[in-house]
Write a protein that binds this ligand. Structure first.
Ligand code: GRF
Length: 187
């Protein structure tokens, strides 16, 4: 299975996935492309160091042309995994990859999802509500933020003294442990 990763930032999930599949060819998943919407995303260097081709998106091109589809076709992409990718995926891309685009969200959807619920905002809201657990949701992508069918969830118990930063750390660890496994299952 040929996988494209879409990122906007650090790309620690992308790094974990690339490292896993490069070290385990028997998993049968090859990361063939890393796409970023930010030209200065740390993930671009990380991918280049691992010999994964990279592509930087421009907002206009992404939303208003289907040129990206040619690139995805060129690399024979079977599955797209969003890993900290902050733009809404346009309809043409969802239609071209029905149930073949995954996203990972750092909370137990449908709680703490939707526009504006990303990064530290999520963990601050979880903390503010005094939740006793949080977790991750891996779901298919449709044309709305965080609303596609759930593929996988895992929870982590929170301690009352956990700060939002601590919650973020624990949730991210759960992401790294699980995203590649879920991708491998979809081979
Ligand atoms: C993760 O928490 C993911 O759930 C969310 O964005 C974050 C990306 O982190 N969608 P990283 O760039 O993979 O380190």
């Amino acid at each position: 299975m040929k996988l494209a990763l879409f990122v906007s930032g650090t790309g620690s999930n992308a790094r974990t996935i690339i490292d896993r599949f490069q070290a385990h060819p028997e998993d049968g998943v090859e990361v063939v492309l890393l796409v970023s919407n930010k030209a200065n995303a740390g993930a671009l260097l990380m991918a280049a160091e691992r010999n994964v081709p990279t592509l930087v998106l421009k907002r206009d091109g992404f939303n208003n042309s289907e040129a990206l589809l040619d690139d995805l076709k060129h690399f024979n992409v079977d599955l797209i995994a969003l890993a900290g990718f902050l733009w809404l995926v346009p309809a043409y891309l969802v239609r071209a990859f029905p149930n073949r685009i995954l996203n990972i969200h750092p909370a137990l959807l449908p709680d703490y999802g939707g526009k504006g619920m990303y990064g530290a905002n999520v963990h601050r809201a979880v903390k503010a509500n005094g939740e006793t657990e949080s977790g991750i949701t891996i779901h298919y992508v449709n044309e709305k933020y965080d609303e596609g069918n759930t593929v996988f969830q895992a929870a982590v118990r929170l301690d009352p003294e956990d700060t939002p930063e601590k919650i973020a750390e624990r949730v991210l660890r759960l992401e790294h442990a699980n995203y590649w496994r879920v991708i491998r299952r979809l081979r």
